[in-house]
Write a protein that binds this ligand. Structure first.
Ligand code: IPT
Length: 266
């Protein structure tokens, strides 16, 4: 038996850990997973990947690409014969999905900084063309607004550590007391920028990431972050893919996330 996974750039830590989780959970139920990676995130490329996987007779396909509700719906309508599970769509989308609760995660991070009495807060977004980056942005803005605050500065990276490093150089000019970062890799770049300037983390600036990828506990200092449990995501995916193969369609799931407090905030 074989399932397909269409994924965004696997050189990014979160998608690679998600792919690893799905692969290993699938192998436990005796299913192989054929992986297609897209360098360019457009609908044509996604359809080409789906066609290639379906030609390999996969039973079902999971798609970890940031897709809008309408893009995901269009795929479901076009591929009626192939069960598709989406991993990076808005939780409100009327398509089968297993996602993480981005609004909850953003609120947890922002409330954590507010609980430390920090009010000069900067935001470092992921690429805002990505649905999850946009949901994290909205969640941060809502939580800050509820506390009567606006960010002192905002930047947009591309999820990579290097982009985090470059964006941090601009954000640090606004002397934030805390930075909410849309993923751990960009937070790594922020920590480097702070270290180069002799800015103490968390003494002068608290930094919060998002993902809790396997390396984040080993950053200097160890990163406070929002934990998305990739193994749990893998389990939920495998449960769904296995059920559709048995002609049942389980409900979509929005998995809760948790705050992991380490030494980059305080
Ligand atoms: C999301 C990660 O949080 C982020 O770090 C980045 O790797 C992004 O994926 C790439 O698309 S996780 C996704 C399932 C919302």
């Amino acid at each position: 038996r074989i399932w397909g996974l269409i994924t965004t750039d696997l050189s990014l830590h979160a998608p690679s850990q998600i792919a690893a989780a799905i692969k290993s959970q699938a192998s436990q139920v005796g299913v192989d997973v054929s992986i297609a990676m897209l360098e360019e995130l457009n609908e044509q490329a996604c359809c080409r990947a789906l066609d290639t996987l379906l030609a390999q007779r996969v039973e079902a396909v999971a798609i970890n690409l940031p897709l809008s509700t309408s893009q995901a719906s269009a795929l479901v309508e076009r591929y009626t014969h192939a069960p598709i599970l989406f991993l990076d769509v808005p939780a409100s989308a009327q398509v089968p999905s297993v996602t993480f609760d981005a609004a909850q995660g953003a609120a947890l991070g922002a409330k954590h900084l507010l609980s430390l009495s920090l009010n000069r807060i900067a935001l470092l977004h992921g690429p805002l063309s990505s649905v999850s980056a946009e949901q994290r942005r909205a969640g941060w803005m809502n939580t800050l607004a509820q506390a009567g605050l606006q960010p002192v500065a905002q930047g947009e990276g591309d999820w990579s550590a290097y982009s985090g490093y470059l964006q941090a150089q601009a954000l640090l000019r606004y002397q934030p007391q805390g930075i909410l970062v849309a993923n751990d890799q960009m937070a790594l770049g922020v920590l480097r920028a702070c270290a180069e300037r002799g800015i103490s983390v968390p003494g002068e600036i608290s930094v919060v990431g998002f993902d809790d990828t396997a390396d984040s506990a080993w950053f200097t200092p160890p990163l406070t972050t929002i934990r998305q449990d990739f193994r749990q995501l893998g389990e939920s995916c495998v449960f769904w893919l296995n059920s559709v193969a048995g002609k049942k369609t389980p409900a979509s799931q929005c998995l809760p996330v948790t705050l992991v407090t380490r030494e980059s905030t305080g």
